[in-house]
Ligand binder design. Structure first.
Ligand SMILES: [Zn+2]
Ligand SMILES: [Zn+2]
Length: 238
């Protein structure tokens, strides 16, 4: 039973859906309305075995990961909880740029539930968020990937490790860069400490686009002796 106080609070502060701005019904939990929530899609089953990109026509690997190219990548597997559609975009935007940090708890919990689907991501020693450059961290006040990773670990029982990987170059925005330029842009952007030696690491980030950021992290971790690097993101750009 809801108390009169909760009802009064609902009247004063009606909650709205983060994606379509429709008012949520009393007792509807949010952050999305019952129209928007079912529109969130999971990737697969037709995805690239290495990078997780959607393969509508099937096949084992995408063009970029095919054949001898598979082994060149330091990040051996990338998987994502959801496809980056309008509803997921709205949630990420709200918690990344509008300060709705509490959404990270919700989304990290969702990630832990989806993670259970991926056997290929098992055997993890440490979960590590993709770090922000200190300058960006000061400007934003928090690292969105770290908030996701915290909630993810609380709900999955995996071990969070937030030191040992730093972003030493404040890389320029990748939006205007092509795939090759993104990989170059990220190649020396990160640095890992000796404590990662021999560890199997799962990187956490909000969105995987080309996987260049994850590959940059993986390169640094492998250079420092990590045994394996995999990645799990909240969303996958199709
Ligand atoms: Zn909605
Ligand atoms: Zn691929």
């Amino acid at each position: 039973m809801q108390s009169a106080g909760q009802w009064a609070l609902y009247i004063l502060l009606p909650k709205t859906c983060f994606a379509c701005s429709a008012d949520l019904a009393f007792q509807e939990a949010g952050p999305l309305c019952k129209e928007c929530l079912p529109q969130i899609k999971r990737p697969g089953p037709l995805i690239c075995r290495r990078c997780g990109t959607l393969l509508p026509d099937g096949g084992a690997y995408c063009f970029n990961c095919r054949g001898s190219k598979t082994k060149q990548f330091k990040c051996s597997v990338i998987r994502s909880a959801y496809v980056f559609g309008p509803q997921v975009r709205a949630l990420i935007h709200a918690f990344k740029y509008q300060g709705y940090c509490f959404l990270a708890d919700y989304l990290g919990t969702c990630m832990a539930q989806e993670f259970a689907r991926y056997e290929e991501l098992s055997g993890v020693d440490w979960v590590m968020p993709v770090p922000l450059h200190p300058k960006k961290l000061r400007a934003r006040g928090y690292n969105q990937s770290q908030l996701l990773a915290q909630a993810f670990c609380r709900n999955s029982g995996l071990v969070l490790h937030t030191s040992g990987l730093i972003r030493r170059v404040d890389t320029r925005s990748q939006a205007q860069l092509n795939r090759k330029e993104r990989l170059q842009n990220m190649a020396d952007a990160f640095e890992a400490g000796p404590e990662v030696k021999g560890k199997r690491i799962l990187l956490i980030d909000d969105v995987a686009t080309t996987g260049a950021t994850l590959e940059g992290c993986a390169l640094a971790l492998k250079r420092a002796g990590a045994r394996q690097v995999m990645a799990f993101t909240l969303a996958r750009e199709p």
